[in-house]
Write a protein that binds this ligand. Structure first.
Ligand SMILES: CC(C)(COP(=O)(O)OP(=O)(O)OC[C@H]1O[C@@H](n2cnc3c(N)ncnc32)[C@H](O)[C@@H]1OP(=O)(O)O)[C@@H](O)C(=O)NCCC(=O)NCCS
Length: 214
């Protein structure tokens, strides 16, 4: 059902970028979803904000939902759960047409790959992942569900990102490093050692800054 209308969770910067990507791909977007009651009924970039998921329940068999319209991995997971619990279908991957995905690499459902990114061989991108603009993913990289990779990030070969990792703009990650689940890397960092789960690392080289309590 590739021609199904799409709805996008989030109508901020990331959601609007996903809308623009849908337009490049020729996909029809019915509207945005947003939990904030005051946003319901507003127009954003010419597209209506439809409200929360329950407000479009009557259309659950007609639309597919994109949960990757927000950068925060925790919010993406929340929206994915709400969408599944309400019985909606999740959209497949959205990859900018100028990005080549080699046959040994894959992008799973509801993930976004934006313009200017380069995906090398044997790269595995899980569900609900954002690969923002001009990201490079070298050979044998694994990116688990709900990760967000900000613009201009360079990931070297054999790097593994566990679930829910956020990498800030312009960072670089050395080869064979693992970044633990739900950790955050500050913008402009160089990650040279393995990062534990639930930690904020930043700087060049990246060092431990604080534990992340959710
Ligand atoms: C990491 C980040 C998310 C801030 O998180 P936070 O929980 O608010 O962190 P804090 O401001 O409490 O900072 C904690 C410490 O890390 C340091 N820090 C935070 N971000 C840093 C960075 N990018 N580089 C170096 N140090 C950084 C702070 O100076 C502070 O250090 P201190 O304890 O020695 O004073 C933010 O600084 C950042 O880098 N964001 C990038 C966002 C991005 O790329 N967005 C892309 C959107 S398209």
């Amino acid at each position: 059902m590739h021609d199904a209308k799409l709805v996008i969770w989030g109508c901020g910067g990331m959601g609007r970028e996903v809308l623009a990507l849908c337009e490049v791909l020729g996909r029809n977007v019915a509207g945005f979803l947003d939990e904030r009651e005051e946003m319901r009924g507003q127009m954003v970039d010419g597209v209506p904000v439809l409200g929360d998921i329950q407000h479009i329940y009557a259309y659950r068999n007609e639309v597919e939902v994109i949960c990757s319209g927000v950068g925060d991995p925790v919010l993406k997971r929340k929206f994915a759960r709400k969408t599944r619990d309400a019985g909606f279908r999740l959209a497949g991957p959205l990859v900018h047409p100028a990005v080549n995905i080699p046959r040994s690499s894959q992008v799973d459902d509801n993930s976004i790959v934006c313009a200017g990114s380069i995906v090398s061989i044997n790269v595995n991108i899980g569900k609900f992942v954002i690969i923002n603009t001009q990201v490079t993913l070298a050979h044998d990289v694994t990116i688990a569900e709900h990760c967000t990779i900000s613009p201009g990030v360079n990931i070297s070969g054999n790097v593994t990102m566990e679930e829910g990792v956020f990498i800030g703009t312009g960072s670089a990650v050395r080869e064979k490093v693992t970044i633990g689940a739900w950790s955050i890397i500050g913008g402009g960092a160089f990650v040279k050692d393995t990062v534990p789960a639930n930690a904020l690392y930043a700087g060049v080289p990246a060092v431990f800054k604080k534990k992340i309590i959710r």
